[in-house]
Design a binder for this molecule. Structure first.
Ligand code: SF4
Length: 469
């Protein structure tokens, strides 16, 4: 079954956004965190004279990969297998989860340490593991906060961005049974370190996602900031990696482009503190057994749509979220998916199916800020419009819009019907007209006149004026 977290059953964006907008603390936390990251990103991008050339390289590599994805995946499988790795193919979330569970059970283990992975959030792996009697331990600090608080991620790079340090301190004290704890970042990190270190040293199965797969070598690359990933990737005896099929790059040298684009766009760093690249297994060094699960889960359907397939070029940097005026007001939970913000608004409906399409493609002002910062130049506004078209074609547009469009279609069929519609409009607008503008329109139009100028229909149409000349 294709699954993107809980997206299939999530409420519509507009309804969920109301709860987020009413939470002042959440909005302050989101605004502060995105402001900090935006400022850092702008500074490190500004210092790169070839930033636009890098973006174009990133775009071209990804476009090439999407064109020849099948061949590169098979090349990756051959090279990874030759290096001692095991490659598994998963059509959907359930199949991927089943493979992970079978591998862990096959080793007779009941615990696994995890490094941040969006694909496992996508498949709801933790739920499946717990259902199978396997205990997952999140080791990324933000994911640990989410797991301990039974919370949901609200940002694709900084999942606990909606929490401030006072809230995290309380959570750690409650869930780690700590007597006293300060709320300085260093103290919180020390507490997490003590909590996790014992698990790193004891649990023999590690689980990761991947930022990139390298077809040329069969290698896998993970970038991270805390070092927890390096521990998960090197200490366990068995390492399992789950990764979306679109994460492949043809050559090792392609990482030169993405390892510059990603950290600057994601966290405003010149380089990620930890960049791990491994290929298969090496006797006496790191895990003895390595498995990689290549996850489809709707991606080949996205690939089929030529106008929207560049969605799969995303490198999950989160820059579009930080820049988006809608995300900055609502935070991530309103999107009802682990993928939030502008990328979530185009990725979730395409992966999950159209359940979400009726609301998420409309969760944007189409201002274009996301496109401007995207390191691989995904034209998100264009894809949003394309998805809105699909919503309309499937009869899922908002009722007001459908009625208005049907009326417009009738009015524009000929000069007479247009003149009749204009005459009716002039009559209907009279109670709301002042100085050539309309005010306080009722019903679904109220939102428009509350915030924007709406010119009244002129007393004379162009055709009427022309005929009197
Ligand atoms: S769409 Fe672009 S900006 Fe947004 S997360 Fe993906 S790569 Fe980053």
């Amino acid at each position: 079954m294709i699954r993107v977290g809980d997206a299939a059953t999530a409420p519509a964006f507009a309804d969920a956004a109301k709860a987020s907008l009413a939470d002042g603390q959440l909005r302050r936390n989101v605004r502060h965190a995105t402001d900090v990251i935006r400022t850092k990103r702008a500074a490190v991008v500004e210092e790169m004279p070839d930033w636009e050339a890098l973006r174009e390289s990133g775009r071209q590599i990804k476009a090439h990969v999407l064109r020849y994805l099948d061949g590169y995946l098979e090349q990756f499988e051959r090279n990874c297998t030759a290096a001692g790795g095991h490659v598994h193919w998963a059509r959907d979330a359930d199949e991927a989860n089943r493979i992970v569970i079978d591998l862990i059970r096959g080793r007779g283990e009941s615990e696994v340490i995890k490094v941040k992975t969006m694909t496992s959030d996508e498949t709801r792996l933790n739920l499946a593991l717990e259902g199978a009697g396997i205990v997952p331990y999140e080791t990324d600090l933000a994911d640990l906060i989410i797991q301990l608080g039974h919370d949901r991620p609200s940002h694709i790079v900084v999942p606990a961005l909606h929490k401030n340090r006072h809230e995290i301190r309380q959570l750690f004290m409650d869930r780690m049974q700590l007597g006293e704890l300060g709320d300085e970042p260093a103290e919180l990190t020390r507490a997490a370190r003590a909590f996790l270190r014992e698990k790193f040293l004891r649990v023999p199965v590690g689980f990761s996602g991947a930022n990139f797969l390298v077809a040329e070598t069969g290698g896998v690359c993970v970038v991270e900031s805390e070092g927890n990933g390096r521990m998960c990737l090197t200490l366990p005896k068995v390492l399992i990696t789950m990764v979306g099929i679109e994460k492949i790059v043809p050559w090792l040298q392609d990482l030169e482009v993405f390892l510059q684009l990603l950290p600057r766009s994601a966290t405003g760093e010149r380089m990620n503190p930890y960049n791990s690249v491994w290929t298969g297994v090496t006797p006496g060094d790191g895990p003895e057994e390595f498995h990689v699960i290549l996850l489809d889960n709707g991606r080949t359907d996205v690939l089929r749509d030529e106008e929207a397939r560049t969605t799969l070029a995303c490198i999950r940097c989160g820059a579009c979220l930080n820049q988006c005026p809608v995300y900055r007001q609502t935070g991530g939970h309103a999107y009802g998916s682990i993928y939030s913000g502008p990328i979530g608004a185009i990725l979730t409906p395409q992966l999950q199916g159209m359940q979400h399409s009726t609301s998420l493609p409309y969760a944007s002002s189409l201002c274009g800020a996301c496109y401007e910062v995207c390191p691989v130049k995904i034209n998100i506004p264009e894809i949003l419009i394309h998805l809105r078209t699909r919503v309309v074609e499937q009869g899922g547009a908002p009722i007001g819009e459908r009625v208005a469009m049907k009326g417009a279609a009738v009015a524009f069929t000929g000069g007479r019907t247009l003149a009749m519609a204009q005459a009716a409009g002039r009559l209907a607008q009279k109670p709301f007209e002042r100085d050539g503008l309309l005010y306080d329109l009722p019903g679904v139009l109220a939102g428009w006149t509350a915030t924007r100028d709406l010119p009244a229909i002129p007393a004379q149409s162009f055709r009427q004026w022309w005929s009197t000349r």
